[in-house]
Design a binder for this molecule. Structure first.
Ligand SMILES: *Cc1c(COP(=O)(O)O)cnc(C)c1O
Length: 360
């Protein structure tokens, strides 16, 4: 057992079992005499890893045959551009919901390529809630409707899947990927970087309805066209082989945890432990509306910013790492992704309680 709990927002904690397996297979993968890092991406060993990872992801999320799974690079940030370049016609417009910093970045990037309507925003209350759908000013002929399912910095998570009607629904799921069941069929496209909940940095996963492929803007780089990647089974060029391999091990680990419903139960339990404590005291505060609180990223403040340093120092001495909040928000943030054991959350709450006793 490792002696620390890592609350980083990403790159983030991975299951210890997965790291141990990767270590055991580091020099010689399954008797091949090679590390996965050294394998040709077109050889049968790596191909089997790649195909198994896709099969397991499809099984875990219930991804229907109507949707392609792409293993790409460039992070969710590149998807902020690839999405409009593929789905937003030059004279069309797209709808975006703004619930925080990542939505804001997606909107800003999309505006480089076309007209964007912000159909609802929670900026009026510092991005601490999800605007109710009844108040969204959607347009029926938008090229797509984009939302960020979990705002990693603000700690705001959609408690529902938006109803986009006939408009293709697009979600940034970077920080709640595989943490709760989602109805893939209701989405035209979902994307996320792997480094929050799935594996190492360097892999971006896109799940896209196949009938939307083939409409990329003329003149864009080949690498930016979803269809080219789909046609090449994500092997247009060298894929991030090591990251796909680790993601595949995480998918198998998730299956052993009872799949997505199994991990969701544990995520609910972990989040409840921390929120119940936050709600039981006036010493710490979380600004997010209860119904929209994230199960993955939990920001909280101490009564005085001068207490931040001693809080973090004591946390570190207890092996509770990377609790400092995002620079734009301040305070603390505990990211408790799938791989965070409940013992980590208990240890955090114990420290918070002890700190409150000595400083409250
Ligand atoms: C981290 C994050 C991003 C950016 O991901 P990169 O892989 O660093 O480009 C985008 N959206 C959300 C919700 C994130 O958490």
């Amino acid at each position: 057992m490792r002696q620390v709990f890592n609350f980083s927002a990403g790159p983030a904690v991975l299951p210890e079992e997965v790291l141990a397996q990767a270590a055991a297979e580091m020099l010689d993968w399954h008797g091949s005499g090679q590390s996965v890092m050294e394998m040709s991406h077109r050889g049968k060993e790596y191909m089997s890893i790649h195909e198994q990872a896709e099969r397991d992801l499809r099984e875990l999320m219930g991804i229907p045959e109507s949707h392609a799974v792409l293993f790409l690079q460039g992070g969710a940030t590149l998807q902020f551009a690839m999405l409009p370049l593929n789905l937003l016609p030059e004279r069309g417009h797209a709808d975006y919901v703004n619930t925080g910093e990542w939505s804001t970045k997606a909107i800003k990037e999309a505006r480089r390529f076309g007209e964007v309507n912000v159909v609802a925003s929670s900026e009026d209350r510092q991005f601490t809630y999800v605007p109710p759908q009844s108040a969204w000013k959607r347009s029926p002929d938008a090229a797509y409707l984009h939302y960020c399912a979990n705002e990693t910095i603000g700690g705001v998570e959609f408690p529902f899947t938006p109803d986009a009607g006939k408009v293709p629904l697009v979600a940034d799921i970077s920080s709640n990927f595989l943490s709760r069941p989602v109805d893939v069929a209701k989405h035209a496209l979902m994307y996320g970087g792997a480094q929050k909940n799935i594996g190492p940095a360097g892999l971006t996963i896109v799940i896209v309805r196949k009938d939307l492929l083939g409409h990329a803007r003329a003149g864009i780089a080949t690498m930016l066209d979803y269809k080219v990647h789909a046609d090449a089974d994500s092997m247009l060029n060298t894929p991030p082989t090591w990251a796909v391999y680790i993601a595949g091990l995480v998918f198998q680990w998730l299956k052993r945890q009872g799949g997505v419903p199994g991990i969701e139960q544990r995520n609910i339990e972990k989040a409840k432990l921390l929120y119940d404590y936050l709600d039981s005291t006036a010493f710490y505060t979380n600004p997010v509306d209860r119904s929209d609180r994230s199960r993955m990223n939990i920001p909280f403040r101490l009564p005085d910013a001068a207490l931040d340093e001693p809080f973090l120092k004591g946390a570190k001495q207890r092996g509770l790492l990377q609790l400092k909040g995002h620079r734009s928000v301040g305070g603390m943030r505990a990211s408790i992704y799938n791989a965070m054991p409940i013992e980590g959350v208990r240890a955090l709450v114990d420290w918070m309680r002890e700190f409150e006793k000595s400083h409250g």
